[in-house]
Design a protein around this ligand. Structure first.
Ligand code: HEC
Length: 137
């Protein structure tokens, strides 16, 4: 708490450039938000999605979506046939005995960022034709 408050004070001082007077120390400042990092919620960019993917998904689906013995590949087969909405549902609800549910663990923004990362970065080489060819059931 002390650290956060003093950091906030430093920032405000630097901004106002009025740190020399003792009066400014007593000036009440707007309660600063705690330094919680929510990159995915703040900006659902592929880069933000990468961190959340690596933290939550890579241990089963592989660092590059190549799959592991615990999770199917994201870059071939079954997974490339499914829509972004399917992915969101799968991530929110999981699958009994196979994949945990993430709806209580990740925000909607984080899930959206992960889906963007999987589909735009890990699946960058997957064409719509390749997706369509996988639709066998
Ligand atoms: C404990 C291992 C595990 C973790 C962690 C995990 N998954 Fe899965 N996931 C699986 C398995 C196993 C399947 C395949 C289920 C099946 O047999 O259909 C799966 C299926 C999926 C599917 C559906 C693909 C399809 O073809 O239907 C998606 C999308 C997916 N996972 C994304 C994710 C994402 C994104 C994360 C991280 C938020 C994640 N998974 C975390 C094991 C895991």
């Amino acid at each position: 708490m002390m650290l956060i408050r003093s950091l906030a004070g430093t920032t405000i001082c630097a901004f106002l450039m009025a740190c020399s007077g003792a009066a400014s120390v007593e000036t009440p400042v707007v309660e600063s938000k705690p330094a919680v990092i929510e990159p995915a919620a703040a900006s659902p960019t592929p880069v933000a999605g990468q961190a959340a993917y690596l933290a939550n998904c890579a241990r089963c689906h592989g660092e590059h979506g190549e799959g592991t013995p615990k999770g199917i590949p994201m870059t071939s087969g079954h997974a490339i046939a499914h829509s972004a909405d399917d992915y969101i549902a799968q991530i929110e609800n999981g699958q009994r005995g196979k994949m945990p549910a993430f709806k209580d663990k990740l925000s909607n923004g984080e899930i959206a960022a992960i889906v963007t990362y999987v589909r735009d970065v890990l699946q960058a080489d997957i064409t719509p034709e390749m997706r369509a060819m996988q639709h066998h059931h």
